[in-house]
Design a protein around this ligand. Structure first.
Ligand code: SF4
Ligand code: SF4
Length: 411
């Protein structure tokens, strides 16, 4: 059985686990997929978070993606980071850079098993700050400078691709090269506050082709995770995970301990359980009804007859769900234009689900409103990290027999 076939049926433990430690954030990015801003008073305590780490260690989860909100604003963030590493759980955390001063950069450079993703959604302040807020570009650059000066090796620059920044791909790459970083690009999904700006900001059809061509030329140098497998329908398959791993190899633990199938699917339909429930995370991962269902063979639905189904797989479940399209049909950004047609065919009867969770500090921006800068509170710069099936779960994963986790029991 090929490695990817194991993924279809789920693994003993997730290899792409995102853990959002807090909904608190000093920024208010317009596309924040977890609608972060204010802390939730029910957030896991330090002791509860450590108990989850203990459980992940027992499950042999080798690394986790920590995000938020802005995880570093949680007072116990550094304590939890050290605790995870001491318990054999490597950490990659996403940050806007707000806490990465010279001293912290030096500390991180001296720590093994930690990786850092600095979020940046424009290669210039004008483009970046329009989405992430005034001052956020400078904060990200300062963090990169501090990391480079401290000798931190190969941090990531994490970019959500939008209509405004597709033309800047080469510039992003130049910034990454300048600071000894690696570029990671992800797809804008209509999740959280991203739903409010998706119409305005998601790349046009022409830009998707532009992005595909750029990835064909540079894909071996950038990380993409499962963001762009729907673009493989343009021709050659792109590097990265070529399937939706939700509930199979991907999942999210949110700040209050809820476990969702995917970081981009914070909705009750994709809620599998809570780490505070009896049996903890392991029970949810192995036996929840939702994850069991997601690990069943998929039919492909309306996409099954498409010549490109093998590489495209019908695209992203979350993108379909939050645009009101059927989960067994084409992706809203289907390169053959079927998704666009289906979006146009939606009417007043179409239910477009909204995320159940919203910790925004202010009302969402109306995507039809005239273009204007992001509204920020008086809080200091930076932002909210991005999330997600970050880079490819396959990256650095050697498919030797010993390393392939067994399929989940019962699947
Ligand atoms: S729903 Fe989309 S973002 Fe989530 S795992 Fe599937 S393809 Fe990735
Ligand atoms: S029809 Fe479906 S499988 Fe074919 S390209 Fe579009 S989304 Fe992909």
């Amino acid at each position: 059985m090929k490695l990817v076939d194991h993924f279809q049926y789920g693994l003993n433990s997730p290899i792409c686990l995102t853990w959002e430690l807090t909904y608190a954030c000093n920024l208010a990015c317009v596309h924040c997929l977890s609608s972060s801003g204010r802390r939730d008073p029910r957030e896991l305590t330090t002791a509860e978070a450590k108990a989850v780490i203990d459980e992940l260690q027992r499950m042999q989860v080798f690394y986790i993606n920590i995000g938020g909100g802005e995880p570093t604003v949680r007072p116990d963030f550094w304590e939890l980071l050290d605790y995870a590493i001491a318990h054999d759980v490597g950490v990659k955390f996403s940050t806007n850079g707000v806490k990465l001063d010279k001293a912290r950069a030096a500390q991180l450079a001296a720590t093994d098993y930690v990786d850092i993703q600095i979020s940046m959604d424009g290669a210039t302040p004008e483009v970046n700050d329009y989405v992430r807020g005034p001052g956020s570009f400078d904060t990200a650059i300062t963090a990169l400078e501090n990391l480079a000066e401290a000798g931190f090796e190969k941090p990531k620059i994490s970019v959500v691709m939008t209509r405004e920044n597709v033309d800047q791909l080469d510039e992003f790459k130049a910034i990454a090269d300048k600071y000894g970083a690696q570029l990671r690009i992800t797809r804008l999904r209509p999740s959280g506050r991203g739903a409010d700006v998706w119409d305005e900001l998601h790349p046009t059809q022409a830009q998707q082709k532009q992005l595909y061509d750029w990835l064909v030329a540079h894909g071996d140098q950038v990380l993409t995770g499962d963001s762009f497998f729907h673009l493989s329908a343009y021709g050659d398959a792109l590097p990265g995970l070529n399937l939706c791993g939700a509930g199979r190899v991907v999942c999210l633990i949110d700040p209050v301990g809820d476990v969702y199938a995917c970081p981009f699917a914070i909705h009750e339909n994709f809620l599998a359980g809570n780490v505070r429930d009896e049996g903890g995370f392991k029970e949810v991962w192995e036996h929840s009804e939702l994850f069991t269902e997601l690990r069943q063979p998929q039919t492909g639905g309306a996409c099954a007859s498409c010549d490109f189904f093998d590489s495209c797989q019908g695209g992203c479940m979350a993108a379909k769900f939050f645009t009101g399209l059927p989960l067994d049909g084409p992706d809203p950004e289907c390169v053959r234009g079927f998704g666009e047609q289906m979006l146009a065919d939606r009417d007043d009867e179409t239910v477009i689900p909204k995320s159940d969770v919203d910790h925004s500090r202010s009302a969402p921006r109306n995507s039809r409103a005239p273009k204007q800068p992001t509204m920020l509170s008086l809080a200091p710069p930076p932002r909210r990290p991005d999330r997600a099936c970050d880079e490819s779960p396959l990256a650095g994963f050697s498919p030797t027999a010993e390393q392939v986790p067994a399929p989940v029991a019962g699947s």
